[in-house]
Ligand binder design. Structure first.
Ligand code: FE2
Length: 411
């Protein structure tokens, strides 16, 4: 397969890309626009990029909003209550069906890599077992990393440690945590030591729901970063949310950032979910409830955006379109400056790939997997401004999804 008239990020001019089997065989500069022959794809001067990535979602909870009852207040706490009711109705097949429907939504928007958290605070580990099957059954569509996520705590939940270990034995790729939700500060700290030990012993990656609160006293990020620094594991460790950082004072943050840089850990922000769930104890002024995305980025730390939820008790909207999250995040994080707009797709592609440790399994380079997208715009800025889409998604050298842009007829 050949894709002609492709514009590539970070390179001038037009290029043609030749795919052989499941790999990228050649990328050649084109002096001018070329006519494409039958069977070839014409990017028409638009961007061709590696696939979009969804680095933080909960596929075991998606598509459950309103079952049996809607979250009327829209708060995190009512979300937990509503999920408690829905959780009682969850079956193996129900989890698989909803996860697969959601994966189709992701695929329709050009996503080919996903990291999903799965609740393991369940003595039967039912959702985890279902998701391990989904990971196998959807390999032709998407690469999935499963996080063993202790929704109700590791130390605060009965047999929490054993359930985490069993989840890794059953096939979880990533060790999770929720230190700010543990009953005490000491338990939060010991949960991080436990999960880092588990990851180090088993070779798993780490992705912790860390300080997902507006409480400026929630300071587990420093514990996670220090554990990562001492063990030399920073590149394999991710702190998700860290919304309390939006409430830390600047004096503490200046010390914290020194440690974060030494640790080299990754960050994920879920801007739509956080602005919806945080700030709920404020009247006015009302906090945005997000981590310091622009400041992390300016400091050279790796940060990316994610959806977190699609139509579940915590967040009623979402359709799988990560461009929607990017646009909202750029607004909320004060990142609509010219330079940020020129490279904003990093936040849903290359930065996310680094977070997921995809290495040579990702990227537009000869010899790498023939997984790529043809977009509807020629650069990052125009892609956001026009609310563009992935028009073609190619996986292992085959077309996986094709989207026809809306036609407008003027009178
Ligand atoms: Fe989450």
């Amino acid at each position: 397969m050949i894709i002609r008239n492709a514009r590539l990020r970070g390179r001038d001019g037009l290029h043609s890309i030749r795919l052989e089997g499941a790999l990228i065989a050649a990328i050649d500069a084109q002096p001018t626009l070329q006519a494409s022959a039958a069977g070839e794809l014409d990017a028409a001067g638009n961007l061709v990029i590696p696939p979009f990535i969804e680095p933080h979602i909960h596929l075991d909870a998606t598509l459950t909003a309103g079952e049996p009852a809607w979250n009327m207040s829209g708060t995190l706490f009512e979300g937990i209550e509503r999920w408690g009711e829905r959780k009682a109705m969850v079956t193996h097949e129900d989890t698989k069906t909803r996860a697969k429907k959601t994966i189709d939504m992701l695929v329709d928007h050009g996503i080919q890599h996903v990291r999903t958290h799965v609740d393991v605070t369940d003595p039967t580990l039912a959702a985890l077992k279902a998701m391990v099957e989904v990971r196998e059954e959807t390999r032709h569509l998407i690469d999935m990393q499963i996080v063993a996520f202790p929704q109700e705590g590791i130390e605060s939940f009965t047999n929490g440690r054993a359930l985490m270990e069993q989840a890794v034995e059953l096939g979880a790729d990533v060790v999770g945590g929720i230190p700010h939700f543990e009953n005490t500060r000491d338990q939060g700290v010991s949960s991080i030591k436990f999960l880092m030990d588990l990851a180090e012993r088993t070779g798993c990656l780490v992705d912790v729901h860390c300080d997902e609160t507006d409480d400026p006293q929630s300071r587990f990020l420093e514990v996670l970063a220090e554990e990562a620094r001492v063990r030399g594991m920073g590149a394999r460790v991710t702190a998700s949310h860290t919304t309390a950082m939006g409430s830390y004072d600047n004096a503490y943050c200046s010390k914290l950032f020194r440690l974060l840089k030494m640790s080299g850990i990754n960050f994920i922000s879920c801007p739509t979910e956080s602005i919806h769930l945080q700030g709920r104890f404020d009247t006015y002024p009302k906090r945005r409830g997000l981590t310091r995305v622009a400041e992390l980025d300016r400091a050279g730390l790796n940060v990316c955006f994610a959806q977190d939820s699609i139509v579940d008790p915590w967040y009623p909207l979402g359709n799988g379109n990560i461009m929607r999250i990017l646009e909202a995040g750029l607004h909320i994080c004060h990142m609509l400056g010219y330079e940020d707009l020129q490279r904003c797709l990093d936040l849903i592609t290359d930065n996310s790939a680094r977070t997921l440790n995809l290495g040579a399994r990702y990227g537009l380079e000869v010899g790498r997997p023939a997984n790529l997208l043809i977009l509807s715009a020629p650069d990052d800025y125009e892609m956001v401004r026009s609310q563009g889409h992935a028009l073609v998604s190619i996986r292992a050298g085959e077309v996986l999804m094709r989207r026809t842009p809306a036609q407008i007829e003027r009178a």
